[in-house]
Design a protein around this ligand. Structure first.
Ligand SMILES: Nc1ncnc2c1ncn2[C@@H]1O[C@H](COP(=O)(O)OP(=O)(O)O)[C@@H](O)[C@H]1O
Ligand SMILES: [Mg+2]
Length: 364
């Protein structure tokens, strides 16, 4: 058997060039650059490629195998390709972490690579904050941005259901690789605990969990990181504001007159802490009847009132619509499925406003 790693340089270079195109599905880096190609052996027109996985039993083996075979498909000198997997040693994993983050594993803070952090806050639960956050994130991704979504609602996480996303994130040497769905990188407490498991957290633990989701997750140079905050309290917003510089926020409210009372409390808290308020999003603003008329089921004026009181713009009013609710239940945000509905149009418009405001901010 001939070892192509050492001699027979030409063939090895050609194969390595082709393998360089193959990416680790989670880290989005070439398997060659990541040091995952351990050996290439050739015998009787049959090629054996030894791959070192970042973690043993990596569920993405099949994907990597398939991608390698596809990348080498046009090698006429080869009839058969066999791929053998092993796992990296701890030392090798440390080296890889250093390489992808440019830092020592002990001082990781991946959120630094994030251009814009946007907190999505509300005065109380049930106003559609998580639904709006998921749809805004999906809209920003549709516009071509790299987007992450951090579900910081530790007790009442709902992002996994809204995105139809479940699973255990891979952890490489204390670095958590976010899960991916609909073009978004996502982290939620829901990925780490069993369904129906009761979570009892004291304040400091919540703070720690959320700051870990920022510091230990491999967000990897996002344009936007949206953070779905727990409703009501400002604690998480505040601890985030202290951890990351230049945080932005939007407030989600319903149209009840006087709803601003609840929402403005968190608004005030947030504005004290160097968080830039981008605007208000009014959700469940009206029901669009089949004849085109609007029914103001939850009253009207709340968003505008809050906007006037706080002196920040009303970014938009999202109608109450069956497809918004069913999209959340089916795991597909409506901006991706029912994309020609008034609710989807409005959410996209709000996402464009937000990216516009932030782009302008960066030019200054
Ligand atoms: N614009 C809307 N039209 C119809 N249903 C909505 C709308 N916004 C949210 N919902 C539904 O309201 C419920 C609560 O939404 P959710 O996003 O979980 O609220 P929060 O995160 O504020 O607690 C969900 O069932 C969701 O599908
Ligand atoms: Mg929620």
């Amino acid at each position: 058997m001939e070892n192509l790693m050492g001699n027979n340089k030409l063939d090895r270079d050609l194969i390595m060039r082709k393998l360089k195109e193959v990416q680790d599905p989670e880290l989005k880096r070439s398997i060659v650059d990541l040091g995952m190609v351990e050996d290439i052996l050739e015998q009787n027109r049959s090629l054996t490629i030894k791959i070192k996985l970042t973690v043993a039993g990596c569920p993405l083996k099949d994907k990597i195998s398939g991608d390698i075979k596809a990348a080498l498909a046009d090698l006429t000198e080869i009839d058969k390709i066999k791929i053998e997997f092993s796992a990296m040693t701890e030392e090798e994993r440390k080296k890889l972490t250093r390489q992808i983050t440019g830092k020592d594993p002990s001082e990781l803070f991946h959120a630094r690579g994030v251009k814009n952090v946007i907190l999505v806050a509300s005065g109380k639960g049930g106003v559609g904050k998580s639904t709006v956050t998921a749809n805004l994130a999906a809209s920003l991704a549709l516009q071509g941005h790299k987007v992450g979504l951090l579900d910081a609602d530790i007790y009442g996480f709902s992002i996994p259901r809204i995105l139809g996303l479940n699973g255990r994130p891979t952890v490489i040497d204390n670095t958590i690789i976010p899960l991916e769905k609909h073009g978004l990188r996502v982290i939620s407490m829901g990925f780490f605990i069993e369904e129906n498991e009761a979570v009892i957290w004291r304040g400091p633990m919540v703070h720690k969990a959320v700051s870990q989701f920022l510091s230990d997750v491999f967000w990897d140079n996002l344009d936007f990181l949206l953070i779905d905050l727990p409703p009501g309290t400002g604690d998480v917003a505040l601890s985030l504001a202290q951890t990351v510089k230049g945080v932005n926020a939007v407030l989600v409210t319903t149209p009840q007159p006087g709803a601003y009372m609840v929402a403005s409390r968190i608004g005030k808290l947030v504005s004290k802490f160097n968080i830039r308020m981008l605007g208000i999003i009014e959700n469940m603003s009206y029901f669009l009847a089949p004849d085109g008329s609007r029914e103001y089921i939850f009253g009207s004026g709340g968003g505008q009132e809050l906007s006037d009181k706080m002196g920040i713009p009303l970014l938009g009013q999202i109608p109450l619509a069956t497809e918004v609710r069913s999209g959340g239940d089916n795991g597909i945000p409506i901006v991706l499925s029912e994309n020609n509905t008034p609710a989807a149009d409005m959410i996209r418009e709000i996402a464009e406003k937000i990216s516009g405001i932030l782009a302008a901010g960066h030019d200054k």
